[in-house]
Design a protein around this ligand. Structure first.
Ligand SMILES: CC(C)(COP(=O)(O)OP(=O)(O)OC[C@H]1O[C@@H](n2cnc3c(N)ncnc32)[C@H](O)[C@@H]1OP(=O)(O)O)[C@@H](O)C(=O)NCCC(=O)NCCS
Length: 173
C-alpha cells in the first residue's frame, strides 16, 4: 500500500534513507559520503523546504520511501530509498508510478552520476538523461545542494519535460 507519510514516520524515514544510502559508500565522492548519509537535521530541513514523503507499507511497516517536491513549473522526485532486504521487488516502481499520477507537471530527478543502478531504474521507467550542458543549470535552479554534488550528479527528465525543452531545429536560410 502506498500512503502519505506523517510526522510519526520521521524516524522510520530517517532509518530507511540511511540504510539504503549505504549503497553509495565507495561510489560517490569520498567528501560527500558520511554516516549517517542524511542527518535528522538535514531531513527536517528537507521536509521544511517542501519535500513530501510517500511510503510503501507492508504488514503495517514502511519498506520504502520517496519524496516529491513542487518547484514552480516542475516537480522533483527526491530521496528514493527502499530497504535493502526488499529491493528489486517492485517497491520503488510502485512508489514512482504513484507519484507520477499525483502531479501534472514535468518531472525531474537528480542522482549521483556513479549511482548507475539508480540511473537505470529511472531509465527503465522512461526517464532520459538531460544533456550535460543543461544539467548544471537545472541543478542550480531547482536543487539546493553543494557544488561538489552538482559537479558529480546527473539529471533525468520525463517525456513531458523533454518535449517542452527540446532545442528547436534551426533551418538554414
Ligand atoms: C533505486 C531504488 C529506489 C529502486 O527501488 P527498488 O524497489 O529496488 O526497484 P524495483 O524493484 O521497483 O525496480 C527494479 C529495478 O531497479 C534497479 N535496481 C534496484 N535494485 C538494484 C540493485 N541492488 N542493483 C542493481 N539494480 C537495481 C534495476 O534497474 C532493477 O531492474 P531489473 O530488475 O530489470 O534489473 C532502490 O534500489 C534503492 O533504494 N537503492 C539504493 C538507494 C538509491 O540508489 N536511491 C536512488 C536515489 S535517487
Amino acid at each position: 500500500m502506498i500512503r502519505h507519510c506523517h510526522k510519526a514516520d520521521f524516524q522510520t524515514i530517517y532509518e530507511i534513507i540511511n540504510e539504503a544510502a549505504k549503497a553509495y559508500r565507495g561510489v560517490i565522492p569520498q567528501d560527500s559520503w558520511h554516516e549517517p548519509y542524511m542527518s535528522k537535521n538535514a531531513l527536517s530541513l528537507e521536509i521544511q523546504d517542501g519535500i513530501v514523503f510517500w511510503g510503501n507499507e507492508q504488514g503495517g511497516k514502511l519498506t520504502g520511501v520517496m519524496g516529491i517536491q513542487d518547484k514552480r513549473e516542475v516537480t522533483l522526485i527526491r530521496h528514493a530509498y527502499v530497504r535493502p532486504k526488499v529491493q528489486n521487488q517492485g517497491i520503488g516502481t510502485n512508489l514512482l508510478k504513484y507519484l507520477e499520477k499525483i502531479t501534472e507537471k514535468p518531472i525531474l530527478i537528480g542522482t549521483w552520476e556513479n549511482a548507475t543502478w539508480a540511473i537505470s531504474f529511472y531509465q527503465k521507467h522512461g526517464y532520459r538523461l538531460v544533456d550535460q550542458s543543461e544539467r548544471e543549470m537545472l541543478l542550480q535552479k531547482y536543487w539546493s545542494i553543494p557544488d561538489l554534488q552538482i559537479k558529480t550528479s546527473v539529471v533525468l527528465a520525463d517525456a513531458k519535460w523533454m518535449q517542452g525543452n527540446s532545442q528547436p531545429t534551426i533551418n538554414a536560410p
